[in-house]
Design a protein around this ligand. Structure first.
Ligand code: ADP
Length: 463
């Protein structure tokens, strides 16, 4: 389609036609005048005529050059228009008609495009309005471009004015964290998500998405504020209830345990038949206390909507947990390999819970003479993956699917005697999820268990 078009002969002939006619007419006139005055200059007149005709043709050719370039450009444009079929035919006949037709088509095309654009705008507007969540679209300079009425009613205080369209985003929001999130998305050109974020008493799952073109240029940013207030409040009530019950029960439990221990300390004056029941009371209150401690931990973690992630050295935390384990199990023989220079983005206290639980399980469920736990890691752009492998008894396939459930404990000869509440791994999973990370497990009976934990290394990102 972009081949050079044939020479525009029609226009060329039209251009030189008048000149050649003028040259021939002036030749005839000159010849007649010469004849009248008896001058026989026929040959000279003929030569001059030929020269003039050649000059007319050359001049005509040079006048056609810019026109020819123009035609070529028109041609390259017109193939992109949707109604270009008849233009090639016209091209063979009359170039001026071609230009005229081309202008008509362009005009028609522009009108159609304008109609399509306004229809598209109407459709987008209807879609935005029909969504219950507040939505805003800003351009790449963070100027507000579109928002729906939900956004307006929730976040724009001055309801009457329209001045916020095209206004800077920071004039709409005074929430620094959300503004940071938009700025971060603008710079990194990556999705950002934040869960259960509170703005003016309401809770939102916020998702900020950059709109990127084929040349990786930022065209704008879309912010969706999914309202989760209702579910958040119900969840909060449930979590508060568990926290209150656990707290209230711990006080009488401590007292029962205290009295049992007091009586056990007076073994010589205590009737013999009471010793065993008292010992049972003592161990069972201890177990109950553990259970409520774990329940409290779980509800505290659940009630935290947001955690502060900071860059931290996981290797030193793992070494600290390792020495805690050595102190907790002095009679067990085990080795823990910790990789050096392991850095993640996380909450130190919560990650300590995670690795204490995992390592504690790997040690207490291991029935080998010498336990071996190897911690390795690999890193990609977004996540640091920590792989914790032990040489323990392993877990069966059907059990493996359920070990992260609350209160789930594997019922087997080997684990029966080992104390636990069945809450450890569900706490671990909750904490990892709070970090926007993931945890999975692989295991084979007799061949140990491997936990794979993905933790983010960049702020806000979520897959
Ligand atoms: P518990 O308090 O019983 O340890 P968890 O939630 O921590 O509760 O673990 C759930 C169950 O998963 C445990 O009862 C145990 O049988 C099994 N388990 C967890 N970690 C391991 C492991 N490293 N090796 C073998 N079994 C494990």
């Amino acid at each position: 389609m972009h081949n050079k078009k044939p020479f525009p002969w029609h226009y060329f002939i039209k251009t030189i036609r008048t000149r050649i006619i003028l040259v021939i007419l002036s030749t005839i006139l000159t010849y007649v005048v010469c004849q009248t005055y008896d001058q026989n200059q026929g040959k000279g007149v003929f030569i001059v005529t030929i020269i003039l005709i050649i000059l007319a043709i050359i001049q005509g050719y040079f006048r056609i050059v810019p026109f020819r370039n123009l035609l070529n450009r028109i041609d390259s444009v017109q193939v992109k228009l949707p109604h270009n079929k008849k233009l090639n035919l016209i091209y063979q006949k009359d170039e001026w008609v071609l230009i005229q037709e081309m202008l008509k088509l362009t005009e028609k095309y522009i009108n159609e495009q304008q109609q399509a654009l306004s229809a598209q705008e109407k459709r987008s507007h209807t879609i935005l309005e029909s969504i219950d969540d507040p939505i805003i679209l800003v351009d790449s300079f963070l100027n507000c471009k579109h928002y729906n009425s939900n956004f307006k009613s929730k976040f724009i205080k001055d309801k009457k004015t329209k001045v916020y369209m095209d206004e800077k985003l920071w004039k709409v929001f005074d929430d620094d964290k959300i503004l940071d999130l938009f700025q971060w998305t603008k710079e990194k050109k990556e999705n950002a998500r934040i869960k259960g974020y509170e703005i003016d008493g309401d809770y939102y799952d916020i998702s900020i998405t950059p709109i990127i073109d084929a040349n990786n240029q930022n065209l704008g940013i879309l912010g969706i504020f999914h309202t989760v207030t209702e579910s958040k409040l119900t969840e909060k009530m449930r979590v508060d209830f568990v926290a209150n019950v656990s707290h209230e029960i711990r006080t009488p439990l401590t007292s029962i345990k205290g009295f049992a221990q007091l009586l056990l300390a007076q073994k010589d004056i205590c009737p013999k038949e009471l010793i065993t029941p008292l010992e049972r009371i003592n161990t069972n209150t201890e177990r109950l206390k553990d259970l409520f401690d774990n329940l409290l931990k779980l509800s505290v973690i659940e009630s935290r909507y947001d955690i502060d992630l900071e860059e931290m050295n996981l290797s030193s935390l793992l070494n600290q947990v390792k020495s805690n384990m050595k102190a907790k199990y002095p009679s067990k023989k085990f080795e823990i390999e910790v990789p050096p220079n392991l850095n993640v983005l996380g909450d130190k206290k919560l990650l300590e819970h995670v690795f204490t639980n995992l390592l504690d399980n790997s040690i207490k469920y291991n029935d080998k003479a010498e336990g071996k736990i190897i911690i390795a890691n690999k890193e990609d752009e977004k996540f640091s993956t920590i792989i914790l492998n032990d040489n323990g008894p392993g877990i069966k396939g059907e059990e493996l699917k359920r070990i992260f459930e609350r209160f789930y404990r594997i019922q087997g000869q080997s684990t029966k005697a080992i104390e636990g509440t069945g809450l450890g791994l569900s706490i671990v999973k909750h904490i990892v999820n709070k970090h926007q990370g993931q945890i999975s497990v692989e295991s084979e009976v007799g061949n140990g268990t491997t936990f794979i934990i993905q933790l983010p290394i960049k702020k806000y990102t979520q897959g």
